[in-house]
Design a protein around this ligand. Sequence first.
Ligand SMILES: NC(=O)c1ccc[n+]([C@@H]2O[C@H](COP(=O)([O-])OP(=O)(O)OC[C@H]3O[C@@H](n4cnc5c(N)ncnc54)[C@H](OP(=O)(O)O)[C@@H]3O)[C@@H](O)[C@H]2O)c1
Length: 309
Amino acid sequence: MTQVSRRSNAEQASDGADLSGKNALVTGANTGLGQETARVLALRGAHVTMACRNRTKALAAKQEIVDSAEGKISEAQLDFLELDLNSLAAVRKSAGEFKERQRPLHLLINNAGIMIPMERRTDDGFEAHMGINHLGHFLFTNLLLDSLLLAKGARVVIVSSSAMGMATLTPQLRDLNWASRKFNGFRSYGDSKLMNLMFSNEFNKRYAGEGIVANALHPGVIATELARDQSIPFMLLGIFMVPFMKTVSRGAATSVYVATSPDYERRGGLFFSDCREKKVLQKLAQDEDACAALWQRSCQMTGIADNRS
Ligand SMILES: NC(=O)c1ccc[n+]([C@@H]2O[C@H](COP(=O)([O-])OP(=O)(O)OC[C@H]3O[C@@H](n4cnc5c(N)ncnc54)[C@H](OP(=O)(O)O)[C@@H]3O)[C@@H](O)[C@H]2O)c1
């Protein structure tokens, strides 16, 4: 493998990786970082399930990947799985459908996400950042445990964000659902991204011994569709910032690196940015009791049993 750096793109970050015979699943693979992550994992030989909420967009993205690959990626390498993280019932259905395909799952990339300024609720009544970015993925990952265990060496890669610096989470996990506080879109997005990291840490603690490691990452700042619901001034600022942002391929590099580097085959519970391990400043993410408490609360909210309590 060549040396990776903050300037590496996703292909450079996975140079030399051979994923033939491996199965990957990328959530939100129809656009942005997820599409590029799916493309490069397939380029390295993996079979990739593109788990997306919109079939038409997903199939168009699949076609784009195959058409641009000059024969290096076959249609059969890319599958579509309908996944709407806005509804726990839909998440259960998707996980069931994936399990019916009886594929061991070597790489699960929890990438899909939203960042919205307004208060919105999921079908189950959860604040949308928490519901989609954290709870939907929490449930999906837990329901796919059998498939991950079947791989006998699996990696879960969780796309978090340095926006967790804006989080308002308390050690007591007070008002996670923004029921009694004045809503703030950036702060609730930050909360959900800190939950991503806390979930990754707790998942790794629970399952690394059984051969599934979990790591979380910040991809950088990239001009994708993530800001599609933001205000016009925010968008204008974004346009001004484009020259300073990473390209999508460089943005997907850290996900691909963490998923393919031999260094992280068995090492988890880490946080990455720019294809490097980074120290996390958020105390809550290092607080084992808080991570365990978030896991338990997430079990209650998603209606699954905590099999370790
Ligand atoms: N871009 C950045 O600067 C940046 C920085 C830090 C972290 N991140 C993180 O990177 C990840 C990828 O974001 P991106 O920048 O690539 O944004 P993006 O271009 O907006 O892609 C987001 C993906 O998530 C999917 N998604 C949204 N809601 C969903 C739902 N309810 N169920 C299933 N899928 C859903 C979208 O599907 P549709 O197309 O159908 O809406 C899309 O495929 C996110 O977790 C984000 O928080 C991004």
